[in-house]
Design a binder for this molecule. Structure first.
Ligand SMILES: *[C@@H]1O[C@H](CO)[C@@H](O)[C@H](O)[C@H]1NC(C)=O
Ligand SMILES: *[C@@H]1O[C@H](CO)[C@@H](O)[C@H](O)[C@H]1NC(C)=O
Ligand SMILES: *[C@@H]1O[C@H](CO)[C@@H](O)[C@H](O)[C@H]1NC(C)=O
Ligand SMILES: *[C@@H]1O[C@H](CO)[C@@H](O)[C@H](O)[C@H]1NC(C)=O
Length: 859
């Protein structure tokens, strides 16, 4: 453990980053080239001029580059923790191929065509814990490969064509090794020193079907050994002494021994077990074939030995079951016997002749699985007085033979706790219930994968039953036949005022089922009450909604995946008072806002119920545009989720903005301005019409004024006191002039007419317009005063004939920007300045008069 910390990736990291020598640079160049190429090409492309790249790494830095046709070790990120290169066509591992992978924990190269590995190919894999080189073409093994792999725990070298392991020992430095697999069809010899350095293993697997030479004691130094698997096909057949030597080295009471690929045609071939069998407690034979002779001899060997467990997987019996000599075999210490995938070649004769009952009467745990067994006689089961566990799944039992096996309801198997008859040809649930009700200690009954399609209205079961599995049958409806379940109406009369202790007592009387599996049937609803049920499996049915939680007050786990649930809600979950785990993925969810929000919060673990299946399995089925999307990724907008709120908020905002704008407009007199613009437009049209009329009547425009005077209200006194008297009643006696007529809005506008009309007609009827400019004029807000408004428009219309009079010094820049017309006028037209000096005033008046009159003379 401490070493691990020392070699931790953080420590190693800087080490292989330094020294950017030329080779390193070239390396980088190639890397860059490949990065570029991998963008254009398929990521698994092979290149003659360099190495391919594999980038199939997940978030946990686990890279799966398996089965991709690589012929060279591909480039993989240095960060990889696990690298799977299995089932490619890689032929060699060079010195540089795995350079820099100092973080790598797992390297899988099995199923390639590796024939060559550079002695220091694995040198930088300091963190490696698991190395798989199985199924390759390695003819020689090199101890240098593993020199630096001090953390290696699992090493698999099996199925390579080497004939010896080689010295010095391959495994000398591998002090952490826990699991070792080696050997292959070519392995010929195992020498004493081959395994030096290996001291204790949890698991040793040796394939040595053609072993010729074995030094006694080669495996003897390894202790303790948890589990040993040996394939010794050849030695058992032809060299029993060698096989015996191997077996004796690995046989300990605590070691589980598996012998595979045995072909035992005669009693000699069983001999190797003769001595070892006294030491072995746990034996399994896998893929073995036995003749009658070998069987009888093996049973003879087993007589009285302390073997506790015998398991036969893939057993072929070539004989007819004539094991007469082994009749009296004492197997009383064998607690467990299990046979699976048994093939009897001569089944008809075998069944007639064999008497195997004495083999099966002592075991506590007995399994005969997938062995085409169609009958276990009542006579036999009645002798199985110790049997607690009986598994006869995946055989050919029918209702009839089951009835025979369970003695048609008479006493048998009185100690039985677990009965597994799943995967048989059973059809009648009422028959089953009648048969098992006599098994008074039965707690678990597995009748899954059977043909039960209907349920009688009521049944009886052993009161001890805790677990019932009827999954993958063909049920379409459930009835109160289920063990001690109640119909809802029965519970309706439940006395509410009973104290809790009494209620509990009633519950105990009612039923004891804790686990009920009804998954993968054809059920649509579920209206039974199970007071103390803990686990309910309903996956793979057709439920539209969760069953009402009130009927399962003690339910902790509910599995209801792959149904047709549309949704469920918090109150649904809360109706289950004790629910802790829920799996409900792969349903047809309607992704409404409420559901999405609720489920998200459940998925993130904020609810008291834990969702234990993968989040990705919660997928929307409707609405259509969300179909197939994971609920955790769906984002619904507020419009979809809170339409009322959205509408009211947006209406409110609109109304508020409207009021705000209206208020602003009102404050700016925009309405007045609009009204005025409208009026002006109307007035202008009217005046145009008037002008047209006059033109058609061929009469001269009626010019009744010499000038229209435009001025600010504040400058009225100047106009009245100076301008009007001077122009209209000229008093200059030396230089008498004819009076000029001025149009003043105060005096000459027709009362009762729109001011606009008045202005229009005044402009029309005046030859010129005089603007009296002053601070007052420019500073008065045209938004506020009618006349200023008219000023504004006057510039638009009367620009050409305008005369500007500056009452006080005023520069163009003093004029606000909005009087752009005025500013333009001021820069293009010369203006008259009102002199403060009285002596210069006559000069001023003269100029003004000339300006007004000059025009008249021109006309
Ligand atoms: C490996 O190469 C052989 C022959 O060259 C070919 O038949 C086989 O399909 C290849 N395997 C893979 C996984 O590409
Ligand atoms: C079973 O063992 C035989 C030798 O007895 C061997 O030829 C065969 O390949 C084995 N089968 C399996 C599936 O391992
Ligand atoms: C019954 O047997 C089947 C198949 O062998 C197995 O999957 C199941 O777990 C067994 N049931 C029990 C309760 O042991
Ligand atoms: C019920 O039986 C099925 C099929 O044998 C099995 O897959 C499942 O795990 C069993 N259920 C429980 C709760 O053990």
């Amino acid at each position: 453990m401490e070493k691990k910390t020392f070699y931790s990736p953080t420590f190693c990291r800087p080490f292989h980053l330094i020294s950017p020598d030329t080779k390193g640079m070239k390396h980088l160049g190639i890397l860059a080239l490949f990065f570029f190429l991998s963008l254009i090409q398929d990521q698994t492309a092979n290149r003659d001029d360099g190495r391919p790249t594999c980038s199939r790494c997940d978030l946990h830095h686990s890279c799966n580059c398996s089965f991709s046709g690589f012929t060279h070790v591909p480039m993989v990120t240095d960060q990889a923790l696990s690298l799977d290169l299995s089932l490619n066509n890689i032929t060699m591992v060079t010195q540089d191929d795995l350079m820099g992978h100092s973080w790598l924990r797992l390297l899988d190269l099995h199923g390639n065509r590796l024939a060559e590995i550079h002695p220091s190919a694995f040198d930088s894999l300091w963190s490696l814990e698991e190395l798989d080189l199985s199924d390759n073409q390695l003819k020689f093994l090199n101890s240098k490969w593993f020199n630096k792999l001090e953390l290696l725990e699992h090493l698999n070298l099996i199925h390579n064509p080497y004939s010896f392991l080689g010295s010095p020992s391959l495994f000398l430095g591998l002090s952490s090794l826990r699991r070792l697999m080696f050997g292959g069809p070519d392995l010929k010899e195992l020498k004493r020193e081959d395994l030096s350095g290996v001291t204790h293993l949890e698991e040793l697997t040796v394939s040595a079907n053609n072993l010729d030479r074995y030094d006694s004691g080669t495996f003897g130094d390894i202790w303790p050994l948890g589990h040993v698997t040996l394939s010794l096909h050849g030695p058992f057949l032809t060299n029993p002494a060698l096989a015996a030597a191997v077996l004796n080295d690995v046989s300990y009471p605590d070691t589980r021994l598996t012998l595979s690929d045995l072909h035992l045609p005669h009693y000699v071939s069983v001999q190797p077990l003769k001595d070892a069998i006294n030491m072995i407690r746990y034996l399994s034979l896998r893929n073995a074939s036995l003749s009658d002779e070998a069987c009888a001899f093996l049973l003879g060997l087993l007589d009285g030995v302390p073997l506790r467990s015998l398991s036969l997987e893939g057993l072929t019996l070539t004989g007819q079951g004539r094991w007469v000599t082994a009749n009296r075999t004492d197997l009383s210490s064998m607690d467990e016997f299990s046979a699976s995938d048994v093939t009897i070649l001569d089944i008809l004769t075998f069944a007639k002749v064999s008497e195997i009952q004495y083999l099966l009467q002592h075991q506590k745990k007995l399994s005969i699985i997938n062995s085409k067994m169609f009958l276990l006689s009542c006579y036999l089961t009645q002798m199985m007085v110790n049997t607690l566990y009986l598994d006869v799944s995946d055989n050919l039992l029918t209702d009839l033979t089951l009835s025979y096996m369970l003695c048609d309801g008479d006493e048998t198997l009185q100690e039985l706790r677990v009965l597994n008859i799943s995967g048989n040809l059973l059809k009648s649930l009422s028959m089953l219930s009648r048969l098992v009700t006599k098994l008074t200690k039965l707690t678990q009954l597995d009748v899954s994968r059977t043909g039960y399609s209907s349920m009688p209205p009521s049944c009886s079961w052993p009161s001890t039953m805790r677990y019932l599995n009827i999954s993958r049958a063909k049920l379409t409806i459930v009835t109160p036949c289920l063990p001690k379940s109640l119909e809802v109406q029965d519970l309706g009369q439940r006395p509410e005022n009973l104290p809790t202790e009494k209620m509990l007592y009633i519950y105990l009387l009612l039923g004891s089922l804790k686990v009920l599996d009804l998954s993968y049937n054809d059920l649509k609803e579920f209206v039974l009450t199970f007071p103390i049920l803990r686990e309910l499996h309903l996956s793979g049915n057709k439920f539209l909604r969760l069953p009402a939680g009130g009927q399962y007050p003690n339910l902790q786990t509910l599995m209801i995946q792959s149904n047709t649930l549309n949704s469920f809600s918090l109150s649904d979950l809360q109706s289950y008072r004790r629910l802790q785990n829920l799996e409900a993925g792969h349903n047809k969810f309607v992704c409404s806002c409420g559901f999405v929000t609720f489920l998200r919060s459940q998925l993130t673990g904020s609810g008291h119920v834990k969702i234990t299946d993968k989040y990705q399995t919660y997928v929307c089925d409707s609405p259509l545009y969300l179909q197939g999307e994971a609920v955790s990724h769906v984002s619904l907008s507020i419009i979809q989720c809170q339409p009322v709120l959205f509408v009211s908020v947006s209406c409110g905002v609109t109304l508020f903005l409207g009021l705000l704008v209206a208020g602003l407009l009102w404050r700016c007199h925009a309405f007045w301005f609009l009204k005025m613009t409208w009026a002006w437009l109307k007035a202008k049209r009217r005046s145009q019409r008037r002008r047209r009329n006059r033109n058609t009547e061929e009469s001269d425009p009626l010019l009744s004024f010499d000038a229209f005077v435009s001025y600010s209200e504040q400058d009225a006194s100047w106009v009245e006191n100076f301008l009007v008297p001077e122009m209209e009643e000229p008093s200059d006696s030396e230089n008498p002039t004819s009076p000029l007529t001025l149009c003043l809005h105060k005096r000459d506008f027709l009362p009762g007419h729109w001011i606009m009309d008045n202005i229009m007609s005044a402009i029309e009827r005046s030859r010129r317009t005089i603007f009296i400019l002053s601070e007052n004029f420019v500073q008065s807000d045209w938004c506020r005063y009618e006349l200023d408004f008219s000023h504004f428009w006057l510039f638009e219309t009367g620009g050409d004939a305008a005369i500007l009079i500056l009452l006080e010094p005023l520069s163009k820049d003093d004029v606000p920007k909005r009087f752009c017309k005025l500013r333009k006028l001021m820069s293009s037209t010369t203006y008259l300045e009102w002199p403060e000096d009285e002596e210069r005033r006559p000069e001023f008046w003269r100029s003004l008069r000339n300006a007004l009159r000059g025009d008249k003379e021109q006309n």
